[in-house]
Design a protein around this ligand. Structure first.
Ligand code: FAD
Ligand code: NAD
Length: 468
């Protein structure tokens, strides 16, 4: 059995793990990253953020060519779908990104150890993959093993008829009908992809609203817009059973509060009720690492586990399951271990749903401010009053900025509309600097841009928006 020793070893090469490894190498640590999948990049690059955004973009182009270009005086005749070509685009994008991480590892002299890591002690791991097992010892070990799909009891995901996001990213034909269980990030993103390509999509959501973590007004508006696009919603409803047959899937739906069940059939069922921390196969007991009450690696709030020298980041620990949160944790942890100070303000981790239009959120929602009894002022500006939004025919949605009633400090921002995910970045930066809504309102914004809707919402906090 071969044996190697490092200063810094990261288990998992998702956005948490690979960024942590690169930052550690930059800081002078002799670093390795252990990855059991054949390619680097984790869930995000292989079966998550990147392939889903490639399909979202491709299906938006299909929709645009088929239904929207005519309004601009561009006649394209009949438009046909080349699904294999679309999947080819997605695969190419994934490869460019995963190869990119391999390049960055080489550039930063990080050893990529191929195989599955398991603890054999507090500072030692065995790695099994192709060939003989290896023993790896390290002064600092970071667990960045990510998350897996949360299953629904009694429903078997076969990735053919009953799929998770992974199966939904590679269907080989457009289903006539699709039932999406869960009206969260994955349900809405993947649901809109297949709906644009021609599927009849019904979202079944347990709660009485979609996107439960987002501002209530954004959720309501999103549902209205998606309904206009043809998506159906069954709220306050749970799926009792789903059985795949040769032909399709037969489901039973029940009111969440209890009551008579009804049956339904669909070609494809997508299970998207959340993800949960993945620590399988790590043999955590051999090192003595403890989990929290939700099966995540327990940390002290600064990524240290209960075992000195072992740390954890990303989806494997508490907090939002988002790639940029994992990345920031990876960088900050490497810096803390190098003796620097590191800090993440979790209130300022933005969330973006990449449907069309997009929804984006940072800071506190109106519901949270009300529940906390905080006096606030809201400024809201609709894209229908923004010149650029009119020029690109994308006038659905609004920007809402919430500021402290006394100090005017921005407490939250919620956007639904074109490029919401890009527009929110300006507000996140402003909030990082403790900005007031007046700071944003007095910042010169280029014209004509969608960003002017942000400025107008900020002006609106003081009741002095110009264009409405
Ligand atoms: P992961 O990316 O899950 O990586 C963990 C890695 O560890 C994997 O490669 C795994 O193979 C490896 N591993 C596990 N155990 C071992 C072991 N014992 N030995 C060796 N290797 C091991 N987030 C966003 O911010 N924006 C988005 O647009 C977005 N879209 C998404 C779309 C979908 C369909 C999905 C499923 C997720 C999406 N996410 C998105 C969430 C995002 O993918 C995760 O938050 C992110 O990947 C978490 O990063 P991570 O590094 O913690 O773990
Ligand atoms: P989610 O938490 O976003 O949504 C799950 C939804 O399922 C919720 O609305 C929940 O109320 C509902 N639900 C739960 N149990 C149910 C049941 N039995 N029946 C019907 N509905 C039920 O989870 P997701 O959409 O599976 O995504 C997983 C994670 O991946 C998310 O936490 C998200 O952070 C991440 N993700 C992010 C992005 C992005 O940033 N754009 C995209 C995809 C995924």
């Amino acid at each position: 059995m071969s044996e190697s020793s490092y200063d810094f070893v990261v288990i998992g090469s998702g956005p948490g793990g690979y960024v942590c490894a690169i930052r550690a190498a930059q800081l002078g640590f002799k670093t390795a990253c252990i990855e059991k999948s054949p390619t680097l990049g984790g869930t995000c690059l292989n079966v998550g953020c990147i392939p889903s955004k490639a399909l979202l973009a491709a299906s938006e182009k299909f929709e645009e060519a088929g239904h929207e270009l005519g309004a601009f005086g561009v006649d394209v005749g009949s438009v046909t779908l080349n699904l294999a070509g679309m999947m080819g685009h997605k695969d190419k994008v994934v490869k460019a990104n995963t190869d990119g991480v391999a390049y960055l590892f080489k550039k930063n002299k990080i050893d990529w150890i191929k195989g599955e890591a398991a603890f054999t002690g507090p500072n030692s791991l065995s790695v099994t993959g192709e060939g003989e097992a290896q023993t790896i010892t390290a002064k600092h070990i970071v667990i960045a093993t990510g998350s897996e799909v949360t299953p629904l009891p009694g429903i078997t995901i076969d990735e053919k008829r009953i799929v998770s996001s992974t199966g939904a990213l590679k269907l080989d034909s457009v289903p006539k009908s699709m039932v999406v269980i869960g009206g969260g990030y994955i349900g809405l993103e993947m649901g809109t992809v297949w709906q644009r390509l021609g599927a009849d999509v019904t979202v079944v959501e347990f709660l009485d609203r979609i996107l439960p973590g987002m501002d209530g007004e954004v959720s309501k508006q999103m549902q209205r817009i998606l309904q206009k696009q043809g998506m159906k919603f069954s709220l306050s409803t749970k799926v009792g059973s789903a059985k795949a047959t040769k032909k399709n899937v037969s489901l039973t739906l029940e009111p969440a509060a209890g009551g008579a069940a009804q049956t339904m059939e669909a070609d494809i069922v997508l299970v998207a009720v959340g993800r949960r921390a993945f620590t399988g196969g790590l043999a955590l007991d051999k090192a003595g690492v403890k989990l929290d009450d939700r099966g995540r690696i327990a940390t002290d709030g600064h990524f240290a586990t209960n075992v000195p020298g072992i740390y954890a980041i990303g989806d494997a620990i508490a907090g939002p399951l988002l790639a940029h949160k994992a990345e920031d944790e990876g960088s900050v942890l490497a810096e803390i271990i190098a003796g620097q100070t590191g800090h993440i303000d979790y209130n300022l981790v933005p969330g973006v749903v990449y449907t069309w239009p997009e929804a984006a959120s940072v800071g506190q929602t109106e519901e949270q401010l009300k529940a906390a009894g905080v006096a606030y002022k809201a400024g809201k500006f609709p894209f229908s009053a923004n010149g650029r939004a009119r020029a690109i025919n994308m006038t659905d949605g609004f920007v809402k900025i919430l500021a402290d009633a006394k100090t005017d400090k921005v407490l939250g921002a919620h956007i639904i509309g074109p490029e919401a995910g890009t527009l929110i970045a300006e507000i996140v930066l402003a909030m990082e600097f403790g900005a007031s809504s007046e700071d944003i309102a007095r910042t010169c914004h280029p014209h004509p841009t969608l960003e002017e809707a942000v400025k107008e919402a900020a002006l609106g906090v003081a009741g002095r928006a110009i264009h409405i």
